[in-house]
Design a protein around this ligand. Structure first.
Ligand code: SF4
Length: 666
């Protein structure tokens, strides 16, 4: 059965589940299976965390001894040999940060405007077979895909021609060329209407068409003007290539090359009306990034504030907590349109039919879902895929998460790795540097302890409970921990105190008795669910980090180990109490899981199919829960928050933000 609306836990999960139990007027923009080699608990790092989970200074030094210091090449996009696509020159003129994100970091995202643009170009993007004469220029130095075979005098229209200019350092795919002998006029198709401005077009479009003209000139053509065709207006606007426009175009090319070679992403625009229309707004996070940049400029350094969090009033005055920006523009949708598809029918075959993903069991189709509505496919145990389904999913950037029958997340099938090489270069450099790694790890572990304290504060009857004071002290010390070993010790002590109180909040049913955190395998139902949900959270963050451009296998706190997504485990720390522990508590206290949801075997506890299904539904509901962001002040769901935090981590690793701003709830 497939369902996707909230409210009833059993009937209306905001996920696609298939289970055995259910048989289920600005310019255009451009787990628990003891037989598994590694149980879900392996992905955990709570009070049972061992030294092997954390980069101790000795381990870091050993790593450094084994591998010499990392020498980092500069990003290839900044090479002087790189030709800049004139489409990206348009983006750079619109916003330098946009040009950098697309050209250097390889970022791309669709929005309604880019989709309308693609639709408007559907005819001119198809190359035609017309042949036409090229000028007999002996000085031509650039390469062209155009054959010079026709010498007729008739005016010719040619579509989708790729030409380059090595002298200018640019390359372009020209929509249409109107050719009259050696005189040519490039015609660029734009969605939308003709802007009511004297120049007839905005600078990004004028620069783009002029750059096309410069390419044509270098290829020996006589080109003195270009045409922008506005599809909605069905009108042509002629753009003369005068000295002023040529100077502007060459200046933009030069500035773009300098910016790309600098390796520094330009800052976001301030309160710009361009941002809401920008397809990269969810990647750039302009207002959110500016908020942190301004705050970091105004605040003292975080380590200077060491007396916070001793009680609620003092906590609210902490300097590390950014000022809530009431009225911050909400440029991100609160939720994603697509959701995960879970399949746990053993022997099911996932295929593709048209624009839908189908699930068949013993030849009978039991469910199908539109590809558009799927963000990831998660399969438990023996579920098979057709070649067509794998090809379609990976080419659309929809990852396939493979989990064991017991819930161990062990593999990921995806398309090519993200183009953002620059981010991974910085990630590897930070992972190789103990000080830089510790700085991030302190934020993550302090955030985890603080969020654990917040969860307990919400549930404990006594507002002055000793455990709250103790966790506040661990939080304070974690933020200034001088080594990874100290941080590990603080995290372990905080986890012990936290779980001893958390377990008292579970129902007092004899079947649910729990005394301590245990795993590999879990020995009671509460720990079985905790391990399973931690595995789900790790899976979610692995997918998110990979989509942002990270290598999820290399972390800053958890040691790299074969097959373990260490960075996902790192980022999961601050979300364990908010998402995983909270889901587990609700699942038991709401009766979503009961004694029938578990199987006990030789001291180990595992979940039934129905039990897993209920927990997955609870987990997905939690991710879709909208909360008011404690810093940005707008409503956003937890799944989006995971993505935002991953992007903020990227901003820190790339040097844009001096501190990773952890996610703390009130
Ligand atoms: S969101 Fe705004 S600042 Fe960011 S790239 Fe787009 S236009 Fe530039």
């Amino acid at each position: 059965m497939i369902s996707r609306s909230p409210s009833s836990p059993e009937e209306n999960e905001p996920v696609h589940q298939v289970s055995a139990a259910s048989n289920p007027s600005l310019p255009d923009l451009p787990g628990t299976n003891s037989q598994d080699p590694l149980a879900p608990g392996e992905l955990l790092s709570t009070n049972a965390m061992s030294d092997s989970h954390v980069k101790t200074p000795e381990a870091q030094n050993a790593t450094r001894r084994e591998s010499p210091s990392l020498t980092l090449p500069h990003q290839p996009a900044s090479s002087p040999d790189s030709l800049i696509p004139v489409r990206m020159l348009n983006e750079f003129t619109y916003c330098p940060r946009l040009g950098y994100l697309e050209f250097v970091q390889g970022e791309w995202a669709e929005n309604i405007e880019t989709m309308q643009g693609t639709f408007g170009h559907r005819h001119v993007d198809k190359p035609d077979r017309k042949k036409f004469a090229s000028p007999a220029s002996k000085s031509r130095s650039s390469k062209t895909k155009v054959d010079a075979q026709d010498t007729s005098d008739e005016k010719i229209h040619a579509r989708s021609i790729t030409l380059s200019s090595e002298q200018e350092g640019i390359v372009a795919k020209l929509d249409v060329l109107e050719i009259d002998g050696t005189r040519v006029t490039p015609v660029d198709y734009k969605r939308g209407y003709v802007p009511e401005i004297p120049a007839g077009a905005y600078d990004p479009e004028r620069v783009q068409i002029c750059a096309q003209g410069l390419i044509l000139r270098e290829n020996g053509y006589d080109c003195s003007e270009g045409v922008i065709y506005y599809i909605s207006s069905k009108r042509r606007v002629t753009i003369p290539f005068d000295d002023e426009l040529i100077t502007l175009t060459r200046r933009q090319i030069s500035q773009f090359k300098t910016t790309a070679a600098s390796g520094n992403c330009p800052p976001p625009l301030e309160d710009s009306p361009k941002c809401p229309r920008c397809s990269l707004v969810g990647i750039c996070l302009p207002d959110e990034t500016n908020l942190f940049l301004h705050q970091l400029q105004q605040n003292t350094t975080p380590s200077a504030d060491t007396k916070e969090c001793l009680d609620n009033e003092q906590e609210s005055k902490t300097q590390l907590r950014p000022i809530v920006r009431v009225g911050l523009r909400k440029l991100l949708p609160a939720k994603h349109n697509a959701l995960p598809l879970y399949v746990q029918n053993q022997g099911a075959i996932i295929g593709k039919s048209g624009e839908r993903i189908t699930i068949k069991v013993k030849g009978e189709e039991i469910a199908s879902v539109r590809l558009l509505d799927v963000s990831q496919v998660c399969v438990y145990g023996n579920v098979m895929f057709s070649a067509q389904a794998i090809s379609e999913l990976t080419s659309r950037g929809i990852p396939i998460c493979h989990l064991s029958y017991g819930g161990w997340f062990h593999s990921l099938t995806s398309g090519l790795v993200h183009k953002n090489v620059e981010l991974r270069i910085h990630q590897y450099a930070i992972a190789a540097n103990p000080d830089s790694s510790l700085k991030i790890a302190r934020q993550l572990i302090a955030g985890k302890i603080k969020n654990c304290r917040t969860l307990l504060r919400r549930h404990l009857a006594e507002s002055k409970h000793p455990v709250l004071k103790q966790l506040a002290e661990y939080y304070r010390r974690a933020r200034i921990a001088g080594s990874a070993e100290t941080l590990l010790g603080l995290e372990g002590m905080a986890a012990k105190e936290y779980f001893s109180e958390l377990f008292k909040l579970f129902p007092s049913h004899p079947d649910f008795r729990v005394s301590d955190r245990n795993r590999r395998p879990p020995r009671d139902p509460v720990n079985a669910v905790l391990s399973f949900v931690y595995s789900l959270l790790t899976k979610e963050l692995t997918v998110t980090l990979q989509a942002v451009g990270f290598d999820p296998m290399l972390g800053v706190f958890h040691c790299p180990r074969y097959g373990r997504p260490s960075l996902a485990l790192d980022l999961a720390e601050e979300f364990r109490p908010l998402i995983a522990d909270s889901v587990t508590l609700m699942a038991f206290n709401n009766g979503e899981v009961g004694p029938d949801s578990f199987i006990q075997r030789a001291g180990a506890v595992t979940m039934t199919d129905a039990g897993r299904r209920s927990v997955i539904a609870a987990f997905e509901r939690r991710l879709e829960t909208e909360i008011t962001h404690p810093i940005f002040g707008y409503k956003v769901c937890y799944r989006r928050i995971l993505e935002v935090q991953a992007r903020l981590l990227a901003r820190h690793m790339l040097g844009e933000l001096s501190t990773y701003p952890n996610f703390l709830t009130r």
